[in-house]
Design a protein around this ligand. Structure first.
Ligand code: FES
Ligand SMILES: [Fe+2]
Length: 469
């Protein structure tokens, strides 16, 4: 193709260099070895633009769950980075993810959140696309386009990489991205505890609803919160005091007596930038009656607890708390059991989505109680998430100022206080740590620098890692 010529083909244009990144003082702004990170990465339009170019176009991103599109023609409109995408199941039941933008002049071909269709008809000039992305209808085709427009070249833009893992659907714009399981590495041991049935059967979860809301903070604040920032527990003191959780326990004593706290809390960092806070329970741990106010629900979880122990043996000791799959997918592993995605809207605005999970074959009354607790806990109207959001949006606002931006954030908690591969895969800390965010930002800088996948998923150490050793 001659230099500068445009093609209708779906391949992205080749880019020789990335001046955006070359101009960013990455080493000076992001120094995980000293535990110092510039506020610029949370407020700067230049960093934000580089994230969209280099990070959200390469990393595996969660776009939805198969249970949201069970039938041929079902669709759920999702996002990848800033861009709208359509997750859909075609007439042959194959799952696709398409850019939600008409090939004619760019209009969104689907303006609904979800539904079922046999065709996506663009509202602008009515070009229409089948659910496998092919351009089907072009009004006045014979009169206007015969002999010129080759419909095969003007299909919807489809993500080159899509994988389904235990119902969750992930996509990447990078054809060279490693398989999803390589990308997740050891983080999958923890993610499994979120996606598997409560009785230990693999997979089997379904999404019972999605909360969506927008807040004025950088997307990395919630991501790093879910890496295991248990240090921020004082933010939730009011919730502890009134005891709104399903256990009905109140105050610090209630938390201390929790069975969960008899386990060994671990904060685990993985080479791909993922991090989680999980709990390794003692071999003989007991059932924690967490839904004591609802005997039928409590009975269900009691049954699941014993069944899971029987099924998984030693592996049942690992219980999830929170985690973040790099860059912007997070989870709550127990209550409220949910996957979250922090979609970037701008340097200081984020759209939060929470996909609430239940066992697909749980009794209807159990699902109903869980749905109500999820709503009580989460989102802008929930009792707990408000606390977190208040922190993120004030931290963003207070970091925007000319003077404030000259002073970096501190990530020096538990420097060096971690172990390798024991008792869990990854870099493990047995105390609250900033090791997971330090690791997250090391990988973040690597994406912005344009490092190759061997470095990004930890198959090879980056020059920065080598220098630190
Ligand atoms: S923009 Fe879609 S048909 Fe014109
Ligand atoms: Fe919190």
């Amino acid at each position: 193709m001659p230099n500068g010529a445009l093609s209708a083909q779906k391949e992205p244009p080749e880019t020789e260099d990335w001046p955006l990144t070359a101009n960013l003082p990455l080493d000076r702004m992001i120094d995980p070895d000293r535990g110092v990170i510039s506020r610029e990465i949370f407020v700067s339009p230049d960093f934000y633009r580089a994230e969209l170019e280099h990070l959200f176009t390469r990393a595996w991103l969660l776009v939805g769950h198969e249970s949201q599109i069970p039938l041929a023609g079902d669709f759920f409109v999702s996002r990848m980075g800033e861009e709208s995408v359509i997750l859909c199941r075609d007439a042959q039941r194959k799952v696709h993810v398409f850019l939600n933008s008409c090939r004619h002049r760019g209009m969104k071909v689907c303006r609904y959140e979800s539904g079922n269709t046999s065709l996506f008809v663009c509202p602008y000039h009515s070009w229409s696309y089948t659910t496998d992305g092919k351009l089907q209808g072009v009004p006045l085709y014979r009169a206007l386009y015969e002999g010129t427009l080759n419909r095969e070249e003007w299909s919807l833009i489809e993500v080159p990489r899509l994988e389904v893992y235990k119902g969750t659907v992930w996509a990447s714009w990078d054809p060279a991205a490693p398989p999803l399981l390589d990308y997740l590495g050891g983080a999958v041991d923890h993610l499994d505890q979120v996606l598997d049935c409560r009785d230990g059967r693999p997979g089997g979860s379904e999404v019972i609803g999605v909360h969506k809301w927008i807040f004025p903070a950088n997307w990395k604040f919630p991501s790093e919160n879910f890496l295991g920032d248990t240090y921020h527990n004082p933010s939730h003191r009011s919730v502890d005091m009134i005891g709104i959780g399903p256990s009905g326990q109140r105050g610090v004593k209630g938390r201390r007596d929790n069975e969960y706290n008899k386990g060994r809390h671990v904060w685990v960092g993985h080479p791909g930038g993922h991090g989680m806070h999980s709990v390794l329970m003692p071999p003989e741990f007991e059932y924690e009656p967490s839904y004591a106010q609802y005997p039928a629900v409590d009975e269900y979880f009691r049954h699941c607890f014993h069944e899971r122990k029987r099924r998984l043996g030693e592996k049942a000791r690992l219980l999830p708390f929170t985690g973040c799959i790099f860059p912007n997918t997070a989870y709550h592993g127990r209550q409220p059991r949910a996957l979250c995605v922090w979609h970037p809207h701008g340097p200081t605005e984020t759209e939060a989505w929470r996909f609430f999970l239940v066992d697909a074959d749980a009794p209807a009354d159990v699902k109903d109680v869980l749905r109500r607790f999820y709503m009580r806990y989460s989102g802008p109207a929930g009792m707990t998430e408000q606390d977190d959001m208040e922190n993120w949006l004030y931290a963003t606002a207070a970091s925007k100022g000319t003077i404030a931006r000259r002073y970096p954030f501190n990530y020096q908690a538990s420097m060096g206080a971690h172990r390798l591969n024991e008792p869990i895969r990854g870099v493990v800390s047995l105390q609250i740590t900033d090791q997971t965010p330090r690791n997250f930002y090391r990988v973040y800088a690597s994406y912005l620098r344009g490092d190759d996948w061997d470095i990004l998923v930890g198959r090879e150490r980056s020059p920065m890692q080598r220098a630190a050793e």
